[in-house]
Design a protein around this ligand. Structure first.
Ligand code: HEM
Ligand code: HEM
Length: 199
């Protein structure tokens, strides 16, 4: 109801359909890739197919970050240290941020997640754990030293991804429970309550 919306705040269509489909597909595929990675040879083919889907999603996200609608563009959520510090100071306030996009702290986690996933898919392509089975599709193109490094990195960055995803979900719960701001529904419907710039 519009009379429940605080002054200076407006309900706007923030997240476009492309970004929302990207997000939920990515969440499903990253969990699937992580899970399927555990099972060795038999299910590794499925791990690769899901991994290729993650590659396609990341390519889409990079293109969308350059040419997509404003809230999805990388330039829209790159903030300087001063803005980030000011935002951090407001985190303790028990009220919604009504931020018109990814807030400065959320933006850092978005970049960290995307970077970790790019490293994970790139190293997966060149990984060869010397078992002649779980060999990345491009492993033959590089030296065995590079194969080993790629495998090592792939098997470490999986933990980084796990930690980042758990932090991501903890942040969403913090916003809901502590600050009383629901960020999940906007990622489903696209509509979010955002603060309007003062004119
Ligand atoms: C493996 C699991 C997940 C991954 C890899 C992931 C990744 C991401 C990424 C990359 C973004 C930034 C979107 C963009 O590209 O601009 C994002 C945003 C978001 N994610 Fe996830 N996500 C995952 C799971 C979840 C889950 C389970 C939830 C809900 C409980 C969730 C809720 C959100 C919300 C609400 C945002 C927008 C935050 C904001 O308003 O700034 N995500 N996620
Ligand atoms: C977000 C995407 C991905 C995630 C989360 C992920 C995760 C994992 C995990 C958890 C493992 C098991 C590591 C272990 O033995 O403990 C694994 C192994 C492996 N993955 Fe991925 N992976 C992803 C993408 C890819 C892609 C795109 C490829 C290549 C097409 C790939 C190729 C491999 C290979 C060759 C192994 C075997 C390495 C070994 O046995 O040491 N992965 N991955």
């Amino acid at each position: 109801m519009s009379d429940q919306i605080p002054e200076g705040v407006k309900r706007v269509k923030l997240w476009d359909i492309g970004l929302r489909l990207f997000h939920w597909s990515l969440a499903i595929c990253v969990c699937a890739a992580w899970y399927l990675g555990q099972f060795g040879p038999n299910i590794m083919t499925l791990h690769f197919y899901v991994g290729y889907t993650v590659i396609a999603l990341l390519v889409f996200r990079v293109v969308w970050g350059l040419v997509g609608p404003a809230p999805a563009r990388f330039s829209h959520f790159i903030y300087g240290p001063a803005t980030t510090a000011r935002y951090v100071a407001t985190l303790k306030d028990r009220k919604p941020s009504y931020w018109p996009g990814h807030n400065p702290v959320g933006a850092l986690s978005v970049f960290a997640l995307l970077a970790a996933l790019i490293i994970q898919v790139s190293t997966g392509l060149f990984a060869d754990p010397d078992d002649y089975i779980n060999v990345g599709p491009l492993a033959d193109m590089v030296s065995s030293e590079t194969n080993r490094t790629a495998t090592w990195v792939h098997n470490r960055v999986k933990w980084l991804i796990l930690v980042l995803v758990l932090l991501h979900i903890a942040a969403i719960v913090f916003y809901k429970r502590y600050k009383g701001e629901n960020l999940v529904t906007p990622m489903i419907t696209g509509w979010k309550l955002v603060r309007q710039p003062k004119d």
